[in-house]
Design a protein around this ligand. Structure first.
Ligand code: XMP
Length: 508
């Protein structure tokens, strides 16, 4: 399959370039600029990303361009453009004016294949401290803004192009056209990377790789593990043994309903009710990190015991997705741990299972498209993310079954309300948090002294940053009223209006 190689110089936008290329149904991979993979014939072109570095800094990233520049079509973006200009003998200097934010292309050379169908005046997004002052003689300017003369150029005699703006961000209004011009017209990639082709090739690869081997996979109820399971099931049928653990920290009726949908999908799945073990492990704990660790350890113990019952298992299936893969090999290295996230899976070394990760090349939105392609139900595909430690980190302080009951009932009203008001699918993630305080209220003629819950609903793309959702007042009024009237033990409802950063999505 045709593909594009994206070399990452550390820009915050590198993943966006990949997602845009994939949106064009063309496969691409991101690799750090200093770990270039073998240049196989399937690679039809290369993109150099932006970078927080200046090309003039002593420690500026320098790629090895052997086999790339002049050999394959190349597009330099921002730092990539500045690097190629400097490399050819041009001059890059700190910009005297701010080149950040929106700008418009005042000159566009539409005869250049990169600029086809991009109108004069097109809005682009700039984000750089340096600027190209002089380009070498054999470089030809192909677009400019009022402030940036060399907004884009081509190196004559080869298919090397560069632009100082970011076509991948949504504020560059013709950015997708520009990327399409590059990957389709200049690199001649076939646009055949579709969910259907992904399913077909992945199932064939899994069949070849796994043969008659048995695979164990832990289902969480989330999108990634569910889609991974369905792909594996298509390849090896009942040799896939799924384990779905009830940790007692799921939402109202979630275990039963999700287990039933797994069965309806024909998965070979075993539901294991281990709630009491989790409650015992959590008893007396109030510190969020200790709670997470207790849950992680109990999960491994339960999962381990269940896996041992599957004889001759050779593989462990996991729903790892592309951002996790890129993150662990990125230019900047794995990011600092703020909460001990995503460590809930993981098996002890002695189990000696090999890993099979059928989604490790996909972004989250692609996982959903693949799930839909395989006919999975929208209820499962469109679900909001839900943390591994579940309601334990939304029930602040110590966990008790009674507190979980209150939280579950309130959460159910909120989530059901979002669905009824057609808001659920417009929101990235939502839930209720039970606060560890009581407040005074009055119900009928009685004074009450009961719990406070907070509602949280956020927009986000990847969970790394998030903003609170401006929910309609009428909706909030209705939900607040319903919760206070119907959930015994709650007399006050608040709405969390903090963004991430500086807050986080979860409260613990
Ligand atoms: P925060 O609270 O860090 O959450 O803004 C970002 C995203 O990660 C989820 N989250 C977790 N997921 N184990 C998980 O599997 C965890 O311990 C965990 N903590 C937070 C959170 O729900 C949000 O989607």
């Amino acid at each position: 399959m045709d593909s594009i190689l994206i070399l990452d110089f550390g820009s915050q936008y590198t993943q966006l370039i990949a997602r845009k290329v994939r949106e064009l149904n063309i496969y691409c991979e991101i690799h750090p600029y200093n770990k270039i993979p073998e240049l196989t014939p399937s690679i039809k072109g290369v993109i150099f990303s932006g970078s927080p570095f200046s090309v003039n800094a002593a420690d500026a990233p320098i790629p090895n361009m052997e086999g790339i520049k002049g050999k394959l079509p190349l597009l330099g973006v921002c730092y990539g453009a500045q690097y190629l200009a400097k490399w050819g003998g041009g001059k890059v200097q700190q910009s005297k004016i701010r080149e950040y934010g929106r700008a418009n292309l005042q000159f566009v050379d539409n005869s250049s294949p990169l600029m086809k169908d991009i109108p004069v005046g097109s809005q682009v997004w700039m984000s750089h401290g340096d600027t190209i002052e002089v380009i070498p003689d054999n470089y030809k300017c192909i677009c400019s803004t009022d402030n940036v003369k060399f907004a884009g150029y081509k190196i004559e005699g080869e298919e090397t192009y560069a632009i100082q703006f970011h076509p991948e961000v949504h504020h560059s209004l013709d950015g997708l056209t520009l990327l399409k011009n590059f990957v389709v017209d200049i690199c001649h990639c076939a646009q055949d990377w579709t969910p259907a082709s992904f399913v077909e090739t992945t199932v064939a690869e899994l069949k070849a790789k796994l043969g008659n081997d048995r695979v164990i996979l832990g289902l969480s109820g989330g999108v990634d593990s569910s889609v991974a399971a369905v792909l594996l099931q298509k390849a090896i049928g009942d040799n896939l043994h799924c384990i779905f653990v009830d940790n007692g920290l799921l939402r109202k009726n979630e275990f039963e309903s999700v287990l039933q949908s797994y069965k309806d999908m024909g998965l070979n799945v075993k539901g294991v009710d281990a709630s009491q073990r989790f409650y015992d492990a959590l008893a007396g704990l109030t510190d969020p990190e200790q709670k997470r660790k207790a849950i992680g350890k109990t999960f491994v113990d339960v999962f381990d015991a269940e896996s041992q019952k599957v004889e001759n298992a050779k593989w462990l299936g996991q729903g790892t997705i592309y951002p996790d893969v890129i993150e662990s090999s990125s230019v900047k290295g794995p990011s600092q741990t703020i909460k001990s996230h995503h460590n809930v899976g993981g098996l002890p070394d002695y189990m000696k299972l090999q890993l099979v990760e059928p989604l490790r090349l996909l972004f989250k939105d692609e996982v959903r498209r693949v799930g839909r392609q395989m006919g999975m139900k929208e209820e499962l595909i469109g679900r909001h993310p839900f943390p591994g430690p579940g309601l334990a980190i939304r029930c602040l302080g110590e966990i008790t079954p009674e507190k979980l009951r209150v939280l579950r009932d309130a959460d159910d009203i909120f989530i059901q309300g979002l669905r009824d008001w057609d808001l659920y699918d417009k929101i990235w993630q939502a839930g209720v948090i039970l606060l560890p305080i009581q407040s005074v209220g009055v119900m009928g003629d009685e004074r009450t002294y009961e719990n406070v819950v907070a509602l949280r609903a956020v927009h986000s793309v990847d969970g790394m940053t998030a903003d609170w959702v401006h929910l309609p007042y009428d909706f909030m009024a209705k939900v607040s009223n319903d919760i206070i009237n119907r959930v015994k033990g709650v007399n006050r409802v608040c709405y969390d209006i903090s963004s991430k950063p500086p807050a986080t999505i979860e409260w613990e």
